[in-house]
Ligand binder design. Structure first.
Ligand code: SF4
Length: 235
């Protein structure tokens, strides 16, 4: 009998997914948070995503099923954040390539998102040069329309939308990305930048907080008798 090589579906270790998110890129988006980050930025609000053994494995086809469903429900884009997505470059490459194919099908005439503008945005703590200089990371970002790059530096706050510190850069990479993000490159936001979602026994905050926003939120909650325990931004 002929030996048929086993073909495993690409799998991404993820922290969670959510749709719609309105604080991590333009419009209403599906967000996939990867699990595992070794960059350990001081002040990171997502320490729960650091452990590479945390979270859960999801096959790329199952994540693409979520993306197709989001497209049918009016998604304006896909954001992949973390954790550090580029620590799983092969699975990320498969995810973004599949997401681009699904988008092409959805926006075609007769598709569920016919004629709509839809982009793929990737957050990474790596700097632009650390992405460009590594073949696996470079291949992984091939289908991303825009990147937000760079470590979070708590000492360099910024009001720029979708960035957590002033050193982080929003980098359009495709014609679609340039058209979509041009107006946002220097746009600032002085109001709340977090979306609060009720989880199962917890509260989830989606977005990139402005300076002092997390502390102000904790103070507001305390005033109504709620004290946060196990906040993901505390060691
Ligand atoms: S801010 Fe991002 S890159 Fe930095 S430790 Fe947190 S998850 Fe990792």
């Amino acid at each position: 009998m002929e030996n048929v090589p086993e073909r495993r579906e690409p799998t991404l270790r993820i922290s969670r997914t959510h749709f719609p998110v309105e604080t991590l890129g333009p419009g209403r988006r599906l967000v996939i948070w990867s699990q595992g980050c070794g960059l350990a930025c001081a002040g990171c609000m997502s320490r729960h995503t650091w452990d590479p053994l945390g979270g859960a494995d999801r096959t790329v086809p199952s994540l693409l099923g979520l993306w197709r469903a989001a497209l049918a429900r009016g998604a304006d884009g896909l954001t992949v954040s973390g954790g550090e997505p580029l620590d799983q470059p092969a699975a990320l490459a498969a995810l973004l390539a599949g997401a681009a194919r699904a988008r092409a099908e959805a926006v075609a005439p007769g598709g569920p998102a016919a004629g709509r503008e839809i982009d793929l945005l990737l957050y990474t703590g790596y700097e632009e040069g650390e992405v460009a200089g590594d073949p696996a990371r470079r291949a992984a970002v091939r289908h991303a329309d825009a990147l937000v790059t760079g470590r979070f530096r708590a000492a360099e706050p910024t009001a720029l939308v979708w960035r957590g510190s002033a050193n982080q850069r929003l980098l359009p990479r495709t014609a679609r990305g340039r058209a979509r993000y041009r107006e946002h490159l220097a746009r600032t936001e002085s109001g709340p930048r977090l979306q609060m979602v009720e989880g199962e026994g917890d509260v989830l905050l989606y977005g990139v907080p402005g300076r002092g926003e997390l502390a102000a939120l904790e103070r507001r909650l305390r005033r109504v008798g709620i004290t946060l325990t196990g906040a993901s931004w505390r060691p």
